[in-house]
Design a protein around this ligand. Structure first.
Ligand code: IVH
Length: 670
């Protein structure tokens, strides 16, 4: 065999191996190899595809990490309209549904398939010849958004089907969900940079699906359960057979389903899952009941909006009433004040609830809360319970209204509420203890400067003993200072000093994230660092310049300007710089300028190429002074089109008179 055939065989082998390990890990939860061994296989494939770009397939497992940027999701028409389901909330209504079904198929026995009703975002995914082709959101049911690049990052979805008798063309539908644990992690990160947290995993999943940068989506760990096949002449007689086949082709179909032969069995399934739902790692909001036989489904048909052969039974949010004891006010790292209700403990949806979030002042006023009120509490899709109302009949005569605080509960500073924002803030950024501690916690955290030894308790201790008052102070800590605290011995004190010293080498992007500019998360920090290269350039930029950086809009730009306008923050930067922290992109990350041949030229890349990968072309364009753009507009200079270039991009280029070039033409220009 010649070299290229050998490489080709290894690429095919690695692809099959990785796909299989992915399947075992994400669909079966039964991995055979360690994460390390898995990464080795993946890295080998990435390397080979880099060296031999012609061997890179669109459905290669290396494509899961994303990288494609979509500015505007293309609207596309559904091949099969995406209908919704009728809802019921009671056994009686469900019995009526059952009676309508029996009436529609007289003299026949009916079987139902009961499934979980996943609380996420509906998605339709088209496959052609066993390959993932396109993913479209529900939209208005007639047309939806093409979110292919983002959906491809979901590891449990096959990019290439396992062998089997799948139809050449079909669509599979399901629900994209975010496991609760991931949702909580994302929210912690959002709160950390001063963004409003998502209300529930569903919102978080739908927000994630609409992110422009698919490599960000890839990090969020979405998952997808499939529940219906669509195609012309599908070779199955029942829904259950379709689901079994889909499972064998490699799709993740929930095993928590049941073929029921009577409406009583359906009720049992519903009741079972109502109790068990807190144990699932993701949210469900009910059960879906579907007639199993396809011929019966055809006979029953559709109403204008939904099938007559299926219905959803929705669980009611569990609610109860209890007493409001008091309201606490929490102060976050960014100074945001969050009111929290302390409740007399009450059992809701299997857990004891003692606290409920009140969000902000407006919420308290809307509820017209009084201390000692009997309040209605609800625990629905949201993880944090909420107060939905007050039982006025039980209000005591002299009840005292809950008054929102005017001063910070931690430092007594007068609170402010910015125009257009619902949240109150404590403006005493420099001295308010939870803000100071929170900033240091954020600065030293794993995702930021990753300085070992600064746990919450240690930071509390340092701040309370007056050893540190702000981030820069940690670099002034001496071994003797640390040893003066009881809990530290020689070794642990040395460790802290060493960790601080080591952190001075952390790259600029980490420092930029660590200093805690509101709305600047790790991704934005990375992009800012690459765009501006030095902190001086960043600090000198005005709003227009800032918004030229990727992912920066007017909100982030304003926040950056605010941050650097504050003399305290400018001092902080100066101190940190004097301690030797990195305020400049490292040479490896700094784009080397090769030429200015593409100065003022903006290029959109689409499709796959032979000589270099798409990422390499992006770099080449930047190195020669050009700009990479994501969508074709009238201002685009060229569309660099490879094999399988997006049809809509080609169309737009033609419409706007944008010149379409291939990779050889580009290389010639250089
Ligand atoms: S079947 C013809 N099965 O609930 C409708 N839907 O209002 C076919 N959903 O839009 C839908 N879990 O987003 C079906 N096991 C399940 C489901 C499910 C969640 C969602 C889906 C649909 C909505 C129905």
């Amino acid at each position: 065999m010649d070299k290229i055939s050998l490489v080709k065989a290894r690429v095919a082998e690695l692809t099959a191996l990785i796909n299989d390990h992915n399947f075992r890990y994400y669909n079966l939860s039964d991995p055979l190899i360690s994460d390390f061994e898995f990464d080795q296989l993946l890295n080998e494939l990435i390397q080979l595809e880099k060296e031999y770009p012609s061997l890179l397939e669109l459905d290669s497992p290396t494509q899961r990490v994303g990288g494609e940027i979509t500015k505007n999701f293309e609207t596309v028409k559904h091949i099969y309209p995406m209908l919704s389901l009728g809802n019921t909330y009671s056994e009686d209504e469900l019995k009526e549904f059952h009676e309508r079904v029996i009436k529609g198929i007289p003299d026949e026995k009916v079987e139902y398939v009961c499934e979980l009703k996943f609380d996420g975002v509906a998605i339709g995914i088209q496959y052609e010849n066993g390959k993932f082709k396109r993913a479209v959101t529900r939209g208005d049911g007639i047309q939806g958004d093409d979110v292919t690049a983002n959906v491809k990052t979901i590891r449990s979805l096959p990019l290439r089907l396992k062998d089997g008798n799948y139809p050449a063309k079909f669509e599979i539908r399901g629900e994209i969900i975010l496991p609760r644990a991931t949702f909580e992690r994302i929210n912690e990160e959002r709160v950390d940079i001063g963004e409003t947290p998502f209300a529930n995993p569903r919102n978080s999943a739908s927000g994630t699906l609409k992110l422009q940068d698919s490599s960000e989506v890839s990090k969020r760990k979405l998952d997808c359960f499939l529940y219906a096949l669509y195609g012309d002449d599908l070779p199955f007689l029942t829904h259950e057979d379709g689901l079994k086949a889909a499972t064998s082709w490699g799709f993740k179909v929930s095993n928590e389903r049941k073929v029921c032969h009577s409406i009583e069995e359906v009720f049992d399934f519903i009741n079972y899952w109502e109790k068990k739902r807190p144990d699932l790692p993701f949210d469900i909001d009910g059960v879906v009941i579907k007639v199993n036989s396809f011929s019966q489904q055809r006979e029953l048909g559709f109403t204008a909006k939904s099938p007559r052969w299926a219905i959803s039974f929705k669980y009611k949010a569990e609610s109860g009433s209890t007493q409001l004891l008091s309201v606490d006010y929490q102060v976050g790292r960014t100074g945001a004040i969050t009111p929290v209700a302390n409740l007399s403990p009450v059992l809701l949806a299997g857990t004891i609830v003692k606290r409920a979030t009140l969000h902000n002042q407006d919420q308290i006023e809307k509820l017209d809360l009084h201390v000692d009120d009997t309040v209605f509490v609800e625990k629905g899709g949201e993880i944090i319970p909420k107060i939905t109302g007050v039982d006025l009949s039980k209000r005591k005569l002299q009840a005292r209204k809950v008054e929102f605080i005017h001063r910070c509960p931690e430092c007594n500073f007068e609170l402010v509420r910015k125009e257009g924002e619902a949240q109150h803030y404590c403006p005493n950024t420099l001295m308010c203890p939870p803000q100071v501690k929170g900033r240091i916690e954020h600065f030293t955290s794993r995702k930021a400067m990753n300085i070992d030894g600064f746990g919450t308790e240690t930071i509390d201790l340092f701040v309370e003993k007056g050893l540190i008052n702000d981030i820069a102070d940690i670099y002034r800590l001496k071994k003797q200072d640390i040893l003066s605290l009881d809990r530290f011995a020689d070794k642990s004190a040395n460790n802290i000093i060493d960790a601080l010293e080591a952190s001075k080498k952390m790259p600029f992007e980490k420092v930029l994230f660590a200093i805690g500019i509101r709305f600047v998360g790790d991704t934005v920090a990375r992009k800012l660092a690459r765009h501006f290269v030095t902190i001086d350039e960043l600090m000198a930029a005005d709003a227009t310049k800032l918004m030229e950086a990727p992912e920066v809009g007017n909100v982030i730009a304003a926040s950056i300007l605010d941050f650097f306008a504050d003399p305290g923050n400018r001092n902080l930067i100066a101190s940190l710089r004097s301690y030797g922290l990195q305020f400049q992109l490292s040479p490896e990350d700094t784009p080397v300028k090769v030429s200015e041949k593409l100065k003022g030229v903006s290029i959109v890349i689409s499709g796959t190429f032979e000589k270099h990968s798409r990422e390499e072309y992006k770099k080449i364009i930047e190195q020669n002074g050009g700009k990479n753009a994501s969508g074709v507009t009238r201002k685009t200079s060229f569309l660099l089109a490879g094999a399988d270039a997006g049809p809509s991009k080609l169309e737009k280029a033609t419409e706007y008179g944008v010149k379409i070039i291939d990779e050889y033409q580009l290389l010639e220009m250089l």
